[in-house]
Design a protein around this ligand. Structure first.
Ligand SMILES: O=P(O)(O)O[C@H]1O[C@H](CO)[C@@H](O)[C@H]1O
Ligand SMILES: Nc1nc2[nH]cnc2c(=O)[nH]1
Length: 287
């Protein structure tokens, strides 16, 4: 697919996609879930599924990354109407920030109120282990700090205000609820709470960059999520985010370890079940 780095969308594009979906589904979802790298199996647990390949939905972008199937799955999780993105979009694929976040505004127009974002990430925090699940309490956006904010450009008040506050981007009540679910499931040994740092990718970090991100206060690093969260908060969605620590970043010049996407997908498989249980319980306990 050609690089669409300059592509932007107007209100009518989001509306057209949302109206097309509303014509094809029985029930409006209140909760949207984005499945990170290798975390797509989460969507398979939905009951009474209706599935749309991205290419069938008007204006919807295409997935190009392995571990991102490229399907929108509607169905029920713990009895609640949900929509799952089995595959997300990244800047490093050549997409504009409008394309990366296109589905979020479509979800908003569908009536979604809560967004659950998941991702695969490299562990920066020394105390983290591969397989840990980090509840995201905050983020650092390296592209955002350099001007690549998805809300850059004319503001459409139908979605939100010009200057949104994001000091509460990750909903504390949802995080506390998720913590209770993790406790009930006996998962507390591998649950963490920390700061996710977004980088542009697609190359993984150099050793010097990892040391810098650690010093800045980041606990995990990845190449997604932040743009989706900013656009979701802009239009008033509540957000719960989690990172699966699929690998530990390399911080020593003596290390023989090398970050690679195969390891990321492998670790996702190992924790797929726990992650599914956690999200299913969380959705079930949402008011
Ligand atoms: O953030 P998700 O989509 O889970 O994927 C993460 O894993 C990939 C790198 O292995 C990158 O896409 C990174 O962002
Ligand atoms: N940038 C980045 N993204 C990841 N996704 C999964 N692991 C990593 C990592 O180590 N670095």
């Amino acid at each position: 697919m050609a690089c669409d780095g300059e592509r932007s969308y107007g209100y009518d594009d989001y509306k057209e996609a949302a109206d097309w979906l509303l014509d094809h589904i029985d029930q409006k979802p209140r909760i949207a879930i984005i499945c990170g790298s290798g975390l797509g199996p989460l969507a398979n647990t939905l009951e009474e599924q209706t599935v749309f390949p991205y290419e069938d939905i008007p204006h919807f972008p295409r997935s190009t990354v392995s571990g991102h199937a490229g399907r929108l799955v509607f169905g029920r999780l713990s009895g609640k109407a949900c929509v799952c993105m089995q595959g997300r979009f990244h800047f490093y694929e050549g997409h504009s920030s409008s394309t990366v976040t296109f589905p979020i505004r479509v979800f908003f127009l569908l009536g979604v109120e809560i967004l659950i974002v998941t991702n695969a990430a490299g562990g920066l925090n020394d105390k983290y282990n591969v397989g840990d699940i980090m509840f995201i309490k905050d983020h650092i956006s390296m592209p955002g700090l350099a001007g690549q904010n998805p809300l850059r450009g004319p503001n459409d008040e139908r979605f939100g205000v010009r200057f949104p506050c994001v000091s509460d981007a990750y909903d504390k009540d949802l995080r506390n609820l998720a913590l209770k679910c993790a406790e009930d499931l006996g998962y507390l040994d591998f649950i963490r709470e920390g700061v996710y740092c977004m980088v542009g990718g697609p190359s993984y970090e150099t050793i010097a960059e990892c040391c810098m991100l650690k010093a800045l206060g980041a606990d995990a690093v990845g190449m997604s999520t932040v743009a989706e969260v900013l656009v979701a908060r802009h239009c008033g969605l509540r957000v719960f985010g989690l990172s699966l620590v699929t690998n530990k970043v390399v911080v020593s010049y003596e290390s023989q370890e090398r970050a690679n996407h195969e390891e990321v997908l492998q670790t996702s498989l190992l924790r797929a079940r726990a992650l599914q249980e956690l999200v299913t319980h969380l959705v079930g306990r949402m008011a």
